[in-house]
Write a protein that binds this ligand. Structure first.
Ligand code: GUN
Length: 298
């Protein structure tokens, strides 16, 4: 069976091209969006992601700033940085890169970000608004998955979607989004995870399989129905002594094996990753539009 590649780099470029008009309008009103990224500690992967976010801003002419705190900074220091960014009218979007060091309460940090600047959409207010179908911001990775499917011509309405993974960042929100009423959703959604018995039986029901379980090459061909669309959300570092860095990145899907059965499949890297960044840029533009609108009426 021949498969269609869901190319995240290309689709992400379409999404960001679609932001140019909105950026021009904002600039015409004297606002250029500004994204603030806070990072604590020295997790190498997190630093890579933060740099990628800064570069994406640069490409679009969006202002960005990074506040880096050492791993041994206190929770109070981190919260004070967030308070400063919340009250700075020149900053429109604020996010704190996860994971945080163990002595910091992640929930407290997420709840400290002004919901109107919460471009990750991790604040409970934004999670709740998404769940009831009235979102302010959509979380970037789930929104990126949805757009990647839609813009690659994969129908979601009325389909069986199986989400593999139940994280707050991907599994739970993508399930909630695809079960909503309306275009680009209306799916019958099953959430399966590491504790699901007979997992392959469940995943084989999927017309659309979304793998977000964080295990390298976890999804094999026997877990996929012939003709399914497969989205790989995973980015896992695996040891590779032959490579320059000593590791390489692989997804949650055994791509070479699964592509034979799939009608459409996203690679990793090069699939959902670039889409996440594009949706973050879209949320930053939205945050600046919200700020500009509230300035207009106050
Ligand atoms: N860590 C892994 N994914 C994400 C994300 O989407 N946002 C933030 N802030 N941290 C993450």
């Amino acid at each position: 069976m021949s498969y269609r590649l869901m190319n995240g780099k290309e689709v992400a470029a379409q999404v960001t091209a679609g932001l140019e008009q909105r950026l021009a309008e904002l600039r015409g009103k004297g606002t250029n969006p500004c994204l603030a990224v806070v990072i604590m500690g020295d997790d190498p992967a997190s630093h890579v992601y933060v740099r990628m976010k800064g570069k994406a801003c640069e490409r679009l002419g969006i202002d960005s700033l990074t506040r880096a705190l050492p791993a041994d900074a206190s929770e109070e220091e981190l919260l004070a940085v967030l308070d400063g960014l919340n009250s700075d009218p020149g900053v429109h979007g604020v996010l704190c890169q996860l994971p945080l060091p163990p002595h910091v309460d992640e929930r407290k940090v997420i709840e400290r970000i002004d919901p109107l600047k919460d471009v990750d959409a991790f604040h409970p207010l934004n999670v709740g608004r998404m769940l009831i179908g009235d979102p302010l911001f959509l979380p970037a990775t789930p929104a990126g998955i949805q757009q990647l499917l839609l813009r690659s011509g994969v129908a979601i309405e009325g389909k069986e979607v199986v989400v593999l993974g139940r994280s707050n960042i991907v599994g739970k929100p993508i399930a909630a989004m695809l079960m909503q009423k309306g275009a680009g959703a209306d799916a019958t959604v099953t959430v399966a995870h590491s504790r699901t018995p007979a997992l392959a039986q469940v995943t084989r029901r999927a017309d659309v399989l979304i793998a977000a379980i964080g295990q390298p090459l976890f999804v094999t061909a026997d877990m996929v129905k012939e003709g399914a669309a497969v989205v790989d959300v995973g980015t896992n570092r695996v040891e590779d002594p032959g490579s320059e860095k000593g590791y390489r990145l692989v997804g949650d899907v055994d791509f070479e094996n699964v592509k034979q059965r799939a009608s459409a499949i996203s690679p990793s890297p090069g699939g959902v990753g670039p889409m996440t960044i594009a949706m973050l840029m879209q949320n930053t533009v939205k945050a600046a539009e919200l700020a500009a609108a509230s300035k207009g009426i106050s």
